[in-house]
Design a protein around this ligand. Structure first.
Ligand SMILES: *[C@@H]1O[C@H](CO)[C@@H](O)[C@H](O)[C@H]1NC(C)=O
Ligand SMILES: *[C@@H]1O[C@H](CO)[C@@H](O)[C@H](O)[C@H]1NC(C)=O
Length: 463
């Protein structure tokens, strides 16, 4: 199958069925289901999920709670939306994708023009340095490397609107006279994360007033702020990279594919592999732009499938070997710790930071998912969202509970801190204490050492 056929298949499905042509059941699932999931993962199906091509409004499980529960605060982690590749395939023309935002090009969102017009008026002093130097929306007729595309903006306008309908209209998370300190906004220093955050907020907020927006800058993709120094985490990462390398060497089909592609573009195989061609190929795939050709032939769908299949196998082995889990526990602890701190302050009745948004990367969300025990969750697609909701039981006001949602799917009872809790309790949520105990202490148990806090686990000698 070529790119076009794959994409056409997607669009042959009637509009009333959910996007990407899968049944609503399979589309909503993030955990593989042995009954309905194809036994061999289909690389094209996985790639389409990854593209996350905007279409009809999706249904989601955010905000679902019994009537006597009150929504206290919401903590949203997003991956930036669809972007131009970070790498080029050597000696080929890069895909011609237009990163300006225009109404008569698909995908479209009703708020797109208003977003551009609002952003083009400038931001005043809404950002911590050095975010001020970044453009507020994508605007290059030929995308720059890593630039957010119109698809990426639309994905986050949609995310924002969905969250607004649920959290603001239905659950009244923010009062009518909400102010800047009720939001906590943080982004890495890339234009695509800042712009994704702005698009989401533009879809989310009832009035996007620059005076009420303040984005903090996060220098680390792990969002580890002042607690980034952790030698053991780096050791896990090195071992994990070694595992990746060995798995790749074992895959002769993959090596053959890289060899063929290297011949087509006429560079040494090593150089081609170092250029991480899958990143660029995914852009071709998601945008229905045919793969590059040279005098020697074309990169094609079979190459794409082999590399994508290897990625899936790599993720499978990664789960089994647990080195990435070690990296993730230590990598995600600081941001999880910060989140429970924010939740605990909200339970004390503080009215600040009711809505927190972290605009981030796949390398941010992936460790958080893994650390929470959601190792079966799919790799973060473009504009992926991971949400922590904090609820209060009005009938027992001292009791607070959390729900965890990944791309709209309730995964609370798949987390390691709340597995099977619902079998013992009638509540459709997890006690906040479970999450707190997990982050403060239990998450380090997965590392198998004696450390029961971040500092000890990061400096373990015996590792
Ligand atoms: C993909 O692009 C081709 C033109 O190159 C077009 O005919 C086709 O309709 C496009 N497919 C989709 C799904 O947009
Ligand atoms: C965890 O959060 C508390 C505040 O809530 C802070 O005092 C502590 O330093 C944090 N620990 C780490 C390792 O980030």
């Amino acid at each position: 199958m070529d790119v076009l056929t794959a994409l056409l298949l997607v669009h042959l499905i009637p509009v009333s069925t959910p996007k990407n042509g899968m049944s609503s059941k399979s589309r909503k699932r993030i955990m593989p289901d042995p009954v309905t999931e194809p036994p061999v993962t289909d690389p094209v199906y996985e790639a389409l999920l990854y593209c996350n091509i905007p279409s009809v409004a999706e249904r989601s499980m955010e905000g679902h709670a019994p009537h006597h529960f009150k929504l206290v605060s919401v903590h949203v982690f997003i991956r930036h939306g669809d972007r131009y590749p970070l790498y080029v395939i050597p000696k080929t023309k890069r895909p011609e994708i237009d990163c300006t935002l225009v109404a008569n090009r698909k995908p479209y969102h009703p708020k797109l023009e208003a977003f551009v017009s609002h952003m083009s008026k400038g931001s005043g002093a809404s950002f911590e340095s050095p975010l001020n130097s970044l453009p507020l929306y994508p605007n290059h007729p030929l995308c720059e490397m890593g630039e957010l595309t119109q698809t990426g903006v639309v994905q986050h306008l949609q995310n924002g609107q969905l969250l607004r309908d649920i959290y603001l209209k239905k659950h009244k998370l923010l009062p009518n006279d909400w102010s800047a300190d009720q939001l906590y906004l943080e982004t890495t220093g890339k234009s695509r994360t800042l712009q994704s955050g702005l698009a989401l907020l533009y879809g989310f907020l009832p009035d996007f007033d620059w005076k009420k927006i303040y984005f903090r800058h996060q220098p680390s993709a792990l969002f580890c702020s002042g607690s980034c120094y952790c030698p053991v985490r780096n050791q896990y990462l090195e071992k994990e990279q070694r595992r990746q390398y060995l798995l790749r060497l074992k895959n002769s089909q993959l090596e053959k594919t890289y060899g063929e592609m290297a011949k087509i573009v006429d560079v040494p195989t090593k150089q081609l592999r170092a250029a991480n061609p899958i990143d660029s190929m995914l852009c071709h795939f998601c945008h229905n732009v045919s793969f590059p050709c040279t005098r020697n032939g074309c990169v094609d769908m079979e190459h794409f499938k082999v590399i994508k299949t290897h990625q899936i196998e790599d993720e499978r082995e990664r789960r089994e070997k647990k080195l990435y889990l070690g990296y993730s526990v230590l990598g995600a602890h600081p941001i999880l710790n910060q989140t429970i701190g924010r939740m605990q302050r909200a339970t004390e009745g503080r009215k600040e930071e009711l809505f927190a948004l972290y605009s981030a990367h796949d390398v941010t969300l992936s460790p958080v998912l893994s650390a929470l025990g959601l190792s079966e969750a799919r790799f973060p697609r473009f504009a992926a969202r991971l949400i922590f909701e904090l609820w209060q039981d009005r009938e027992k006001p001292s009791e607070h509970s959390v729900r965890i949602l990944y791309n709209g799917v309730d995964v609370t009872f798949h987390t390691s801190f709340c597995q099977d809790h619902h079998k013992r309790s009638p509540k459709p949520m997890c006690p906040l204490e479970n999450l707190v105990r997990f982050v403060k202490r239990d998450m380090f148990v997965a590392l198998g050492g004696s450390g029961t806090n971040y500092y000890d686990a990061c400096h373990r000698e015996e590792f």
